[in-house]
Design a protein around this ligand. Sequence first.
Ligand SMILES: [Zn+2]
Ligand SMILES: [Zn+2]
Ligand SMILES: [Zn+2]
Length: 144
Amino acid sequence: MIKPEEAAMLLEAKGVKPTANRILVYQALHSQTMPMTLKDLETKMLNMDKSSIFRTLTLFIEYDVVHTFEDGRGIVNYELCGEKGKCHHHDNHIHFYCKSCKRSFCLDGIKAPHFDLPEGFVSITTSFVIKGECPQCSKKRRNK
Ligand SMILES: [Zn+2]
Ligand SMILES: [Zn+2]
Ligand SMILES: [Zn+2]
């Protein structure tokens, strides 16, 4: 578990005032290696009400503390930005959604593809989700 002082420092580096709630949400996201949905966070943070978690996440998005993408069900997933301080979006990577165990995976090593957009369109981030079956689930199926 990341220390509260450390979470506070990382939040400050993003330009976010580290309040108690913000530190808690940061720690919860940090404790997982996988992206989390609002529901995941709710189950993990039983002492905080849903609207406080949601408000914190909305602020986190604004300051690039977290990045979001929609998984295969159209549900928003949150993950911590991989860059300290201001995000330059070099942490952009693709995601994989397993339709069997309904988990999202970060494929950190694979950058989101770059598209040549029509004139005037300026891209900031690309959200790219591949749907299918994760190694665990596909192995289970093969062994049946
Ligand atoms: Zn980032
Ligand atoms: Zn799976
Ligand atoms: Zn990710």
